[in-house]
Design a protein around this ligand. Structure first.
Ligand SMILES: Nc1nc2c(c(=O)[nH]1)N[C@H]1C(S)=C(S)[C@@H](COP(=O)(O)O)O[C@H]1N2
Ligand SMILES: [Mo]
Length: 434
């Protein structure tokens, strides 16, 4: 006997928060579930007798495998992987990236195996017994540590995002909006829990000269990637990270130790760090001159635009799915700011004409991904879904038009405009410029 328990959902005008079906962020709590509303993507109804199927699936008949020494994901989830982007064949570079599939993930912590990576000279295989980081230059006493020595210090554990400032760069000048799901537009940002020693602790021990202003961090990879970090930052929240999500760093994330500069462009978070040279001027390395500088309209370039911007993106729904039927959906995504906490995320379903405030999952953490969500009643009409983040300093994510006007199409790094997903009457979703 099948019981018809679904009631029709009565949508009160007061539940509507903005045009084209956006509901109050409290809608799920207040009315939807008590009114018996079902999500358009929700459960299928079932007959009482069929609750547990016929009980004959093979995994119910025999004990399963013994636990492995290191757990892996289900073999049915093996498609949830990064996208590897190799250097273009015509370019004299070894830079490559692996991009996080944000559209397949939830929460705010990126699984370590899916953290994006950018490596300009490949991934060195470092023996931790033969690797040290040294602090030298304008200090009283040069010092060095291997990873075991760092373990003896009081560590701090914090959640931070890392974003490559080249993330979303296809959105600057590419005439057609990129449709590679989210890999190419947003896959160079990830969030992790990092554990390490505050750099200030190590600098204090070495005794920094009062005239010092910069720290030159150099990696132990074959290209010795180096970046200049302002001393103020180094004394504030920079850390030498040795753990990621509770385990030692992965080789691609900088094993056995890396610099982590919270909120700064990813390139400054030097992996495999081996040298921290204290000095009074920046080093002007390749990665702060020919790369990671921002070309302006007038042909000049901005250097040391280190802090990441306020940014957000809807991860679901996205162009990786299409809406099968009309009804209630949850729109969710991520927001972040390189300066501090996210204060507010607004969502629009009508291409920015009207906005509703999304619910934010707390506690919100500074310089970390923040998840937002809002209910949306899709009536089968065309829609343009957008999210717009504001940080605690009042920085608001700009429209693409405003960002292009301010920075010009020659810009390459630090793209952070509002991202738009268009939904057509059949429920197909595409990335659009709006
Ligand atoms: N030594 C070294 N550090 C490096 C890189 C590198 O190629 N070599 N890539 C940088 C770049 S461009 C970015 S965006 C971040 C990415 O950090 P992740 O690979 O852990 O995500 O690492 C930075 N640190
Ligand atoms: Mo980067």
């Amino acid at each position: 006997m099948t019981q018809e328990t679904k009631k029709t959902l009565v949508v009160d005008a007061t539940d509507q928060a903005a045009g084209n079906g956006l509901m109050s962020r409290r809608f799920f709590l207040n009315s939807a579930l008590t009114a018996g509303a079902t999500l358009a993507t929700g459960n299928a109804a079932f007959a009482q007798e069929a609750i547990v199927g016929d009980g004959q699936e093979e995994w119910t008949l025999m004990p399963g495998d013994n636990p492995p020494e290191y757990g892996d994901i289900s073999r049915y989830e093996q498609g949830r992987v990064k996208r590897f982007v190799a250097p273009p064949a015509n370019e004299m570079t070894t830079s490559a990236s692996g991009r996080t599939p944000l559209h397949l993930l939830h929460g705010t912590i990126t699984p370590s195996g899916l953290h994006f990576e950018v490596t300009h000279h490949g991934i060195p295989e470092i023996d931790p017994d033969k690797h040290n980081v040294v602090i030298h230059g304008m200090v009283k006493q040069p010092l060095k540590w291997d990873v075991e020595a760092l373990e003896n210090y009081p560590t701090i554990t914090r959640q931070y995002f890392i974003e490559c400032s080249g993330n979303s760069r296809v959105c600057w000048a590419q005439p057609e909006p990129d449709q590679n799901f989210m890999y190419m537009t947003h896959g160079l940002v990830s969030g992790s829990e990092w554990t390490g020693v505050p750099l200030s602790t190590l600098l204090d021990e070495a005794g920094v000269s009062p005239d010092a202003k910069w720290i030159i961090a150099e990696g132990g990879d074959s290209g010795a990637l180096s970046r200049s970090i302002p001393l103020d930052k180094a004394m504030d929240d920079t850390m030498v990270a040795i753990y990621q999500n509770g385990e030692r760093l992965r080789p691609n994330q900088g094993y056995p130790m890396r610099i982590l500069n919270p909120g700064f462009e990813g390139n400054t978070s030097v992996k495999w760090v081996r040298s921290l040279y204290v000095t009074d001027k920046p080093v002007m390395s390749r990665f702060e001159t020919s790369k990671y500088t921002d070309k302006l309209h007038n042909g000049k370039s901005l250097q040391f635009s280190l802090e990441m911007d306020v940014k957000s993106v809807i991860t679901r729904p996205s162009n990786a799915v299409s809406l099968e039927k009309k009804g209630l959906y949850e729109v969710t995504g991520l927001a972040w700011s390189g300066r501090g906490k996210i204060a507010k995320v607004e969502v629009s379903a009508d291409g920015g004409k009207t906005w509703a405030e999304a619910a934010i999952e707390g506690p919100v953490q500074s310089k970390m991904l923040t998840r937002f969500r809002i209910p949306w009643m899709w009536e089968g009409r065309p829609a343009v879904l957008q999210s717009r983040a504001t940080d605690e300093f009042g920085r608001i994510q700009p429209s693409r038009k405003a960002l292009l006007a301010a920075r010009g199409k020659q810009a390459y790094y630090h793209y952070h405009a509002i991202h738009s997903w268009s939904v057509n009457a059949r429920g197909a979703i595409r990335h659009v410029y709006a």
